[in-house]
Design a protein around this ligand. Structure first.
Ligand SMILES: [Zn+2]
Length: 85
């Protein structure tokens, strides 16, 4: 990921970063445009989940399946292991 200079839109290099918490960090950047040379502090924050971790999906699927009526569970299981049902 390339952070852009907020003054000239030039490329920057991250000189260091500070972790505020699990969802927010500050990146300290220096503009590589020699005519600008601005140094900036840019907040990087977590905005949301696109796809949850696989472990969460597996747990959610297990809970959903466990709460289905038994006949629905068998119907689904039959699709994956027809020889057993
Ligand atoms: Zn700049």
């Amino acid at each position: 990921m390339r952070l852009r200079c907020p003054y000239c839109n030039g490329k920057t290099v991250i000189t260091h970063h500070q972790v505020v918490d699990k969802r927010v960090s500050f990146a300290y950047v220096t503009c590589t445009n020699h005519e600008c040379g601005a140094r900036s502090k840019i907040r990087i924050s977590y905005a949301g989940t696109i796809t949850p971790p696989a472990s969460d999906l597996y747990t959610a699927m297990h809970e959903w399946f466990a709460n289905l009526p038994e006949d629905e569970q068998k119907k689904i299981a039959r699709q994956y292991q027809p020889a057993l049902f």
